[in-house]
Design a protein around this ligand. Structure first.
Ligand code: GLU
Length: 451
């Protein structure tokens, strides 16, 4: 093929499908970006000629490794661990670790690909990566989790480093797991460096890292509404999930006078028509991080709540839906139900919680749709600030960090508006996020030549 010749979008996606057999999540994530980027290429032939998207959609490397550990009954267990280092054009690889039975290479490749654009959007110097294992922390003792984390880090330490690749948490990886992994890294290398983020405050963690993803998603919503001259107070919001992102999104909504009415886990959802109180949100945080119980228990403790086993919350009428659980948890039928019930905005607190069909439907219905790579970037942004504090060996105040998070979310919003505003003033936030994220990484890659 002569330099400058290029395949069309369908041909490009055929190639992605062919090269990544059995990896539907990864193909889906690439397609969502490619759909927007291809139009943009019309006026930027150099991105085509230099095969930039083709290169970003091929991870720099995928490391796969065996993780052996011993359970409390003395059985030897074997899991598979991965680190997908997608792209480090604009900074060290950065992205979370996910421990969940649903983890596959496809899931981690999609997450690492998304992370590349998300991290670029924050404006901070971070490349994109993701990792994890098909380990199920549910029902495991603290000691079992510790042994697994130590074994996982015993291999991972070769591939990471404060200036190389800085993992953090994601589903199934919170403060407890980060503590165990940081302890093992320090033990093996004898170095105290900022190799992980989401650390405890006693050993280099940053204030508001825990709150940042959920708070940031709500700040993004506030910015989208303000751009249309609307406020957030009084809005009824359905939320899925009950982890770190969901509970802190609910908390920020309450602080801003909005009404979060649902939370969920993989067994079902709870509905509090009058809206959660801060006390109830604290109860859920304790349930999920300390007692490690199921969301059904909430309805037993608080009679104002109803529990809906085996269901997701998207049938509950709302102004705003904030999916904060996992990928592909909101499908086209859910999207139709949301629109029919008058929903004006969908904010992705999780990574790719909306299927491609649902995304197309919401976009066509002119719902304000905030893609995860923009809306949930607050978490990794504060991770970036944790890295900066670790490098400088200082800790910033909560006030400073709150302001930085707000400013970063506003910056991401404004970048989406810059690249996603259509002729009639409607903002396509997916397109805006994809182009803004892509452009920064792509321009750095152009500067490096063919590497
Ligand atoms: N796992 C989070 C995300 O999806 C945070 C990653 C990080 O802090 O590095 O962005």
């Amino acid at each position: 093929m002569a330099r400058g010749d290029h395949v069309d979008l369908a041909g490009f996606m055929d190639g992605v499908r062919r090269r990544n057999p059995g990896q539907p999540e990864f193909v889906q994530a690439v397609q969502e970006v490619a759909e927007d980027i291809y139009d943009f290429f019309e006026s930027h032939e150099e991105y085509h000629a230099e095969q930039i998207l083709r290169r970003i959609a091929e991870p720099d490397r995928v490391v796969s490794f065996r993780v052996c550990w011993e359970d409390d009954r003395g059985n030897i267990r074997v899991q598979r661990g991965w680190r997908v280092q997608n792209n480090n054009a604009i900074g060290p690889y950065k992205g979370g670790l996910r421990f969940h039975p649903s983890v596959t290479e496809s899931v981690l490749k999609f997450l690492a690909f998304e992370q590349t654009f998300k991290n670029a959007l924050t404006g901070l110097p971070m490349g994109g990566a993701k990792g994890g294992a098909n380990f199920n922390p549910r029902g495991k003792s603290d000691r079992e989790v510790m042994r697994f984390c130590q074994s996982f880090m015993t291999e991972l330490y070769r591939h990471v480093g404060a200036d190389v690749d800085v993992p953090a948490g994601d589903i199934g990886v919170g403060a407890r797991e980060i503590g165990y992994m940081f302890g093992q890294y320090k033990r093996i290398t004898n170095q105290f460096t900022g190799v992980l983020t989401g650390k405890g405050l006693e050993f280099g963690g940053s204030l508001i890292r825990t709150e940042a993803t959920g708070y940031g998603a709500v700040y993004f919503l506030e910015n989208m509404l303000a751009h249309r001259g609307q406020g957030i107070a009084g809005l009824v919001c359905t939320i899925s999930g009950s982890g770190n992102v969901a509970t802190h999104a609910a908390e920020k909504l309450v602080q801003l006078g909005a009404k979060p009415v649902t939370l969920s886990d993989s067994d079902g959802f709870i509905h509090v028509p009058g809206g959660f109180t801060q006390e109830q949100i604290d109860w859920v945080k304790d349930l999920k991080t300390v007692r490690r119980g199921r969301i059904a228990e909430f309805a037993e403790a608080f009679p104002a709540a109803s529990y809906h086993e085996g269901e997701r919350p998207w049938g509950v009428p709302c102004d705003v839906a904030i999916p904060c659980a996992t990928q592909n948890e909101l499908d086209e039928d859910d999207a139709k139900r949301l629109v029919a019930n008058g929903c004006i905005a969908v904010v992705e607190g999780a990574n790719m919680p909306t299927t491609l069909g649902a995304t197309h439907y919401l976009k066509a219905s002119r719902v304000l749709f905030a893609p995860g790579k923009a809306a949930n970037a607050g978490g990794v942004a504060v991770s970036g600030l944790e890295m900066a504090q670790n490098s400088a060996r200082i800790s910033w105040s909560e006030e400073q960090l709150q302001q930085l998070l707000k400013d970063i979310m506003k910056g991401i919003h404004d970048r989406c508006v810059k690249w996603g505003t259509e002729a009639d003033g409607h903002v396509d936030y997916v397109k805006g996020a994809n182009i803004a994220g892509f452009k920064k990484v792509a321009d750095a890659m152009l500067a490096y030549g063919v590497v």
